[in-house]
Design a protein around this ligand. Structure first.
Ligand SMILES: [Zn+2]
Length: 60
């Protein structure tokens, strides 16, 4: 089976799930649970580790 290689590596901080819904414990006036979304601080909600734009080979 073909395995698609992702162009960018998955963010190791959130493991590819950059945005999560967090219940606040409160309910909206309509009775639904109120949730807030939080983005991964490491990848800022992209789900991928930051591409090495300033690509510099360190070393020899
Ligand atoms: Zn992340």
């Amino acid at each position: 089976m073909p395995q698609h290689t992702r162009p960018r590596p998955i963010c190791g901080h959130c493991d590819g799930f950059p945005t999560v819904a967090v219940t606040t414990g409160q309910t909206t006036p309509t009775g639904h649970r109120q949730t807030i979304t939080a983005n991964c601080p490491a990848c800022h909600g992209t789900g991928h580790s930051l591409p090495a734009r300033t690509f510099t080979r360190v070393g020899v």
